[in-house]
Design a protein around this ligand. Structure first.
Ligand code: HEM
Length: 225
């Protein structure tokens, strides 16, 4: 335990923490996207899927427990990711006084600051998203238990649909740079990995952003109604 906390105290330890907690989110976003694709199979399949998430684990877990365990893990990953980002930011502000920075480190500074602001924006998106599609607080047409209806009604509002699209582009950019820096942090930067990390980051970013933008577009064009 002591070794873990002293590793966390170093900036390499913090970056590893960012990479691992970020990877949990990437995995979640992929699975979430895959699940949301069921919206193309109609209301019955989609609502059955949403209900299935609550029933999952039966008969070993009481109703809804799986979802709560899942939410707790995600919440913990989010808190760790945000807290560590904040801690790294403070470290980098403290080091800012250093004169004679090389051009390369100025570029890294600009990328980190984009990641920070992008992260704040994505956090606000997540809060909005949960209030919009899970609790329905910000969705005037929300019907509890009818996930398909809430999905369609939610994206029929043009400002909301556009907001989601912008957020998904921000998510793509965040993942592009995040994947790139995770590779470096985890020491995966041999000649082959260096060649691979840009295309891999690009593929993840395009699949996640493009794949998710598909949903509001499908509703706005009437393909899903
Ligand atoms: C356009 C893209 C997206 C669509 C259409 C979408 C759709 C949905 C829907 C329908 C729900 C409610 C599920 C239910 O209550 O049964 C939901 C919940 C949620 N979504 Fe998304 N989502 C999108 C993108 C994202 C992204 C990018 C993230 C993470 C960064 C995310 C994180 C969550 C979380 C954390 C929940 C709450 C899960 C829960 O605890 O019930 N979503 N989403």
């Amino acid at each position: 335990m002591g070794r873990v906390s002293s590793l966390y105290g170093t900036s390499v330890g913090k970056k590893i923490t960012m990479a691992v907690s970020g990877a949990i989110f990437v995995l979640f976003v992929m699975v979430h996207w895959f699940g949301n694709l069921k919206v193309f199979m109609g209301p019955e399949v989609f609502n059955h899927y949403a209900e299935g998430l609550r029933e999952f684990g039966d008969p070993f877990l009481p109703y809804g427990w799986f979802l709560w365990i899942f939410r707790a893990v995600l919440f913990l990953a989010l808190v760790i990711h945000v807290w560590t980002a904040w801690s790294l930011t403070r470290q980098s502000w403290a080091a800012r006084g250093t004169k004679y920075k090389k051009k390369e480190s100025l570029n890294i500074d600009a990328a980190s600051s984009t990641m920070r602001w992008g992260g704040v924006f994505l956090f606000l998106f997540l809060v909005f998203h949960i209030l919009h599609l899970t609790t329905g607080t910000l969705n005037p047409d929300f019907i509890p238990g009818d996930a398909y209806h809430n999905f369609v009604a939610g994206f029929q509002s043009i400002p909301v649909a556009v907001f989601y699209m912008v957020c998904m582009i921000a998510l793509g950019l965040h993942l592009y740079h995040g994947t790139w820096s995770a590779f470096q942090t985890l020491g995966i930067d041999g000649p082959r990995a260096q060649k691979l990390r840009r295309p891999l980051g690009l593929i993840i970013a395009l699949v996640v952003a493009g794949g998710n933008i598909l949903f509001p577009v499908a509703v706005l064009t009437g393909f899903v109604s």
